[in-house]
Design a protein around this ligand. Structure first.
Ligand SMILES: Cc1cc2nc3c(=O)[nH]c(=O)nc-3n(C[C@H](O)[C@H](O)[C@H](O)COP(=O)(O)O)c2cc1C
Length: 194
């Protein structure tokens, strides 16, 4: 099973990266192949809203020649896409939001073109946040559920840990066990056909 993990935090060694450690370790133990993308290493500009991509069939078709297409194509090669992000202003970081908006070229719904470049994908979320779980995560999780529905992708679930004192919150047995259990759960769901 191929897993693509996109970390949208601007902090390479931040809380989200720390929480990913036991999660990744468990996935590897379970035999997964992992493609890691630290999003800040790539140039993904915000969508221009020009809809040019909607009139170009069979390819991404975006007028902006940056890394968005390559990142999405790597995600599309995976069986499971894990969007890992700190919650920023009740959503994901700006880096990840730009990538989410740039999904437009994948789905030709609004112009002369037709078809989907990534017709099948399973998506899961791993987040870190300062506020209490549900209050912090509900808007982003709702957005991603709806995005998955829009793209005809499967949404598999979320694992989140609250940052109160920084990185040590990600290193508790509870946080790390939860990350490992989440990896188990995702693989089970995937093997059961989601
Ligand atoms: C600009 C900014 C906005 C934030 N907005 C929220 C928020 O809306 N809700 C929340 O629960 N935490 C918020 N936080 C806290 C972060 O989500 C939290 O500290 C997270 O663990 C940081 O992860 P990182 O170290 O991987 O970047 C915010 C932090 C920053 C810097």
């Amino acid at each position: 099973m191929k897993v693509c993990i996109i970390n949208g935090s601007p902090r390479r060694n931040g809380n989200t990266a720390e929480l990913l450690k036991p999660f990744r370790e468990r996935l590897l133990q379970l035999g997964a192949e992992i493609d890691d993308i630290f999003l800040k290493d790539y140039k993904v500009r915000p969508c221009l809203g020009c809809y040019a991509c909607q009139n170009i069939s069979g390819e991404y078709g975006c007028v902006q020649k940056d890394d968005a297409e390559a990142v999405w194509m790597r995600a599309g090669e995976a069986d499971l896409l894990v969007l890992a992000t700190p919650i920023y202003s009740w959503y994901c970081t700006a880096e990840m939001k730009a990538l989410m908006d740039r999904h437009y070229g994948l789905n030709k719904y609004y112009g002369n073109a037709q078809g989907q470049l990534i017709p099948k994908l399973s998506v899961a979320l791993l987040t870190t946040h300062g506020y209490k779980d549900e209050y912090a995560n509900e808007p982003f999780e709702t957005g991603i559920r709806r995005l998955c529905k829009h793209c005809h992708w499967d949404y598999l679930g979320r694992y989140s840990v609250r940052d109160i004192d920084g990185i040590s919150d990600m290193q508790t047995e509870e946080a790390m066990d939860g990350a490992r259990r989440f990896a188990d759960e995702l693989l089970q769901k995937f093997e059961a056909g989601c």
